[in-house]
Structure formats: C-alpha cells, structure tokens
Design a protein around this ligand. Sequence first.
Ligand code: CP
Ligand code: NVA
Length: 303
Amino acid sequence: MKRDIVSAFDMKDDLEDIIQLSINLKKNRYESFDETRNRVLAMIFEKPSTRTRVSFETAIDQLGGHAVYLNPNDMQMGRGETIPDTARVLSGFVDAVAYRAFRHENVLDLARNASIPVINALDDLEHPVQIVADYMTFLEKKRSFSGKKLAYVGDGNNVANSLIVGAAILGMDISIGCPKGYEPDSSILDRSKAIAKDSGSTISIVSDPGEAVSGADAVYTDVWVSMGEEKERTQKEKLFWPYQVSEKLMDKAGRDAIFMHCLPAHRDLEVSAGIMDSWKSVVFEQAENRLHTEKAILLTVLA
Ligand code: CP
Ligand code: NVA
C-alpha cells in the first residue's frame, strides 16, 4: 500500500522514527540510498515557498533522485484539468508528489486518486512536514518530549493544527494562546485529545498569552496573516497585537525556553526583533532541519 502524508495524523505510528531518521541523516548529508536513486518527485505549488520548495528539491537531489517543480498556472490543472485526472497522469510519470494547496480537500483529492505517495507541502488546514522539523529541533535542544511543554501563541492556523497533532503523538504538553474566534480546528483538537489521552499529554487552548507560555520549554509563533488571507491583514494585525512574542512574554516562559517560528517571520509583528535575533531563537536551525526531515520523509514514503 502506498504511503501518503496528507495530515500529521498520517505519522501517528512513526513520527518519532522519522525524527530519529532525520537526526541520523543530518550526520551524513551526502549519503545516497538505493530506495531513492533515480526516483522523481513532482512538486505542485499553488502558493509561494522558500523553505519547503528548496528543502524538498535539495533532499531528493542529495538522495540520488530528481524534482520537477510545477506551478499550476503552467499546468493544465490551471486551465480546468481535474485533480483526479492530474493524479492519474502524474502517477504514470513520477514516484511521489508534494503538493502545496489552498484547500486541504484538494490535497486529499490528489492523494485519493494517485497511486503514488502524496505529501502535503502546506494547505489551509495543516502543515505536517513543517512540524517534523520543529519537533526534531525541539528534541535536539531539550533532549526529550515527555514532561515538556510547547506553547504556541498567535493564530490557530495550519501550523498550530499540525503542532497539536504532533505534540499528542509525541506525548508532550501543548498550550495554545489565541484570540477568541481564532482557535485551532475543532475536529483536529478532538482527534488529538483522544491520542493525547493514550500518550499522557495535555492540550489546552487559552486566550491569555501569558497563561499559554507559563513554564513552557519552547514558545512558538507563526505569521498572523497566512497566505491567502491578505484581505484580513488590517483587522488581524490589530487584534493579535497582545499576542506578540516579546521580551516580556518570553520572561513568563520557562527560564531556558527557546523561541521557535516556522518562518517566514515579520519582526515587530508576531515576534519582536529582539527575540527573533536573540540566543533563545532556534528558527534558523528549524529551517535547516527541514532538509534533513524532508529526506527522512521521502525515504519513508519511497521505501
Ligand atoms: N516554513 C515554510 O513552509 O516556509 P516556506 O513557505 O518558505 O516553504
Ligand atoms: N501559516 C503560514 C505558514 C507559512 C509557512 C501560511 O500558511 O502562510
């Protein structure tokens, strides 16, 4: 059976293994593997990307395969060819597809109709590949997941949703501090709480950012305005102001708390420039770890 990673839930049984594999791959970045030699990854990107695109392209290259980057405007998909037809056609050419889409439903549609693995490279609901690098970075810095707490402050968006699933799988506590009306997806929350029950972790959603970060080992934030939400900018930037990760907010977290961000970041909006560029910030290590984790993900789905 083929292996899709459309949601972070698709890594329920092996997220920790994928992280461990990433840590091993980081030690020898030019190691190549028979499983991936000459394999081709198609990458459909409906939205811009720096990290996801470059990390996947570099990953498949270093693994001995190739990437084909596809902008929907240059594909027949942009002129009305259906996603199911595109899925069937690509399945005849390439070995896996990474898809960055506006709608989660479209990633599911591609996965349902492709006979090859489909990897979600971000959509409106989730960013599952991002959180593999995030939790790898967390593990490198904090040595374990159990008994640890991640606080996410800001918009309950795609990144927040996948982080919640990941924390539940890995057995660490997560607290989300967000304004009312901007909470994470409720069905993701319910499913994650069921997993957290077994893994022994807790998930809490609060509206006070100080309460969210209290005692946290890591404080994470993301942009207030995600790609595709540009019309909401003025209103959101006003509403989210109390959720900026500032020096004052970081002081309420654990003494050795690290600062995390999936990037791209906006200094002096969701994070103060001082925190972004401080010793607490691990954001560029997170970004580099995207390469090692994309490799682990590709090896996992192509094996
Ligand atoms: N973090 C992340 O996915 O970045 P890009 O949008 O640059 O891929
Ligand atoms: N939440 C952001 C993440 C960017 C990597 C967005 O969807 O634009």
